[in-house]
Ligand binder design. Structure first.
Ligand code: ADP
Length: 170
């Protein structure tokens, strides 16, 4: 499986499924969630209403509507408090559940945002480590390419450094 770190807007990525860092209601929010809903159109919110929310660490799938991605995999990352409230376990579970959904929907190419590192305040370097580790350890059959789409410079640089480090030790 190839992992690519990309700087940009996840709503513009052409792939089989993009991941949304949503909240428990799945009824829209700010950050990447707001951007995905704006781009997908109101049908996305209508489908989300039928899902009755999503637990932290879990993932649910909808169609992509006006996005170029066929599916949106909605996951809910943990709000970071002090690192003593299962944050790492829950964040790992987000990545794993999303990859499992991607497999179930036979996706070859998927894109993740940096889950929990915006409004949910997970320290970026720790979150990036969990993201990369979980993706690298996943045994995929359909998924051949994973893009991690970083919106801002700092997030992009943090993920790139980790990718370099991991390649060196391999
Ligand atoms: P969370 O509530 O899980 O922290 P946020 O949307 O607040 O989710 O932030 C998660 C990450 O997504 C942040 O790094 C933020 O800069 C980034 N982000 C915001 N908009 C986009 C977008 N359009 N594409 C990709 N990443 C985005």
């Amino acid at each position: 499986m190839e992992i690519h770190i990309i700087q940009g807007d996840i709503t513009q990525i052409e792939c089989d499924a993009i991941v949304n860092a949503a909240n428990n209601s799945l009824l829209g929010g700010g950050g990447v969630d707001g951007a995905i809903h704006r781009q997908a159109g109101k049908e996305l919110l209508e489908e989300c209403r039928t899902l009755h929310g999503c637990a932290t660490g879990d993932a649910k799938v909808t169609k992509g509507y006006r996005l170029s991605a066929r599916y949106v995999i909605h996951t809910v990352g943990p709000v970071y408090r002090d690192g003593q409230h299962d944050e790492a376990k829950l964040l790992k579970s987000c990545y794993k559940k999303c990859l499992e959904k991607a497999e179930a929907y036979q996706c070859h190419h998927i894109a993740f945002p940096s889950i929990s590192t915006g409004a949910y305040r997970y320290p970026t370097s720790q979150a990036a480590q969990i993201a990369m580790e979980t993706i690298e350890q996943f045994e995929a059959h359909y998924v051949q390419r994973v893009d991690i789409v970083c919106f801002d410079d700092y997030t992009y640089r943090t993920y790139c450094q980790l990718l370099k480090k991991n390649n060196k030790s391999a």
